[in-house]
Design a binder for this molecule. Structure first.
Ligand SMILES: NC(=O)c1ccc[n+]([C@@H]2O[C@H](COP(=O)([O-])OP(=O)(O)OC[C@H]3O[C@@H](n4cnc5c(N)ncnc54)[C@H](O)[C@@H]3O)[C@@H](O)[C@H]2O)c1
Length: 284
């Protein structure tokens, strides 16, 4: 009989660990016995999370790391190994959207006639803006995966990569073409890695959160002036059969399941929606 959730002495590296969802992930991992390394471009936010974990009796360190800079990730990976040992779970959480990859919902005939009606028209999207979002989400997943792979391979059947996909991995969201393309690529990479790494015993899966209110999407979902939901937020809730946003703790069960070889040793290449039914709902 397997003993489930036996993570004592296991080591996790969490990129984007200072962010809302990944702070929740990191705390959940620590509460279940993982030693956690929080890697974030914003060291102070990662340090706050590490301090919270430590004050609750867990083990965590914060490291400054830019997931788009391979040297920076190599330095962080070496530091994790020196402090804790080789990593069992790599959680690629750094990511998010940026206005520079956004456009209007539709290219309407009016907008076509007069693009100045809305500066977010598709013609104004810049290559740099689009690429920034693609890079952060996609290369920001690939680079840490490549760098941490030797450590994961050392831990073989105990090792797993967990990427963060999105509802837009399955079908693009309106207004966020760069983010949607990047998250579709993250899902695709997850399947690639599952196959590629099968012979060395490293599993690769992804979690696809539905709508969760965080720093990243706060501006899109809450009206600054009134404090009410924006029409977009209301539409997201209307399209979620549970009729609410998710709370970060609701992602933890899926994370722990995917980390634990006792529970998921034959699960690899999965993109698991945690979405209150969003993906299943056709809208009718
Ligand atoms: N919030 C949602 O509803 C939702 C839904 C689906 C997927 N996601 C995904 O979940 C993940 C976490 O998002 P979140 O909502 O917690 O966002 P967040 O903005 O709270 O956290 C993102 C973290 O990544 C860090 N970061 C940014 N660029 C980095 C870089 N180059 N190197 C290292 N760290 C960097 C930021 O400093 C921040 O701490 C992202 O991949 C996001 O796309 C979020």
């Amino acid at each position: 009989m397997n003993r489930y959730l036996n993570f004592e002495g296991k080591i996790a590296a969490v990129t984007g660990g200072g962010g809302v969802l990944c702070a929740g992930f990191a705390k959940g991992l620590a509460q279940n016995g993982f030693k956690v390394a929080l890697l974030d471009i914003d060291r102070s936010s990662a340090q706050e999370v590490a301090d919270e974990i430590t004050s609750e009796g867990g083990t965590a360190i914060a490291l400054q790391c830019d997931v788009l800079d391979k040297d920076s990730v190599v330095k962080a990976a070496d530091a994790v190994k020196a402090e804790f040992g080789t990593v069992h779970t790599l959680l690629n959480g750094a990511g998010g959207n940026n206005m520079r990859g956004n456009t209007t919902e539709y290219l309407t005939p009016d907008l076509l006639k007069d693009p100045d009606l809305d500066p977010l028209n598709i013609f104004n999207l810049t290559t740099e803006g689009f690429q920034f979002v693609l890079n952060l989400n996609f290369m920001g997943t690939f680079i840490p995966t490549q760098v941490f792979l030797p450590q994961l391979i050392e831990n073989q059947e105990q090792a797993s990569i967990i990427n963060i996909a999105s509802m837009s991995s399955f079908r693009p969201m309106t207004q966020v073409p760069a983010y949607s393309a990047a998250k579709a690529a993250v899902a695709n990479l997850t399947q690639f890695l599952a196959v590629h790494l099968a012979p060395v015993g490293v599993r690769a899966n992804a979690i696809a959160p539905g709508y969760f209110m965080t720093k990243m999407n706060h501006a899109l979902l809450m009206d600054k002036e009134t404090g009410d939901y924006t029409p977009r937020a209301q539409r997201a809730i209307n399209h979620t059969p549970y009729k609410r946003f998710g709370v970060p703790d609701e992602l933890l069960g899926s994370l722990l399941f995917l980390c634990d070889p006792a529970m998921s040793s034959f699960v690899t290449g999965v993109v698991l929606p945690v979405d209150g039914g969003f993906l299943a709902y056709s809208g009718v």
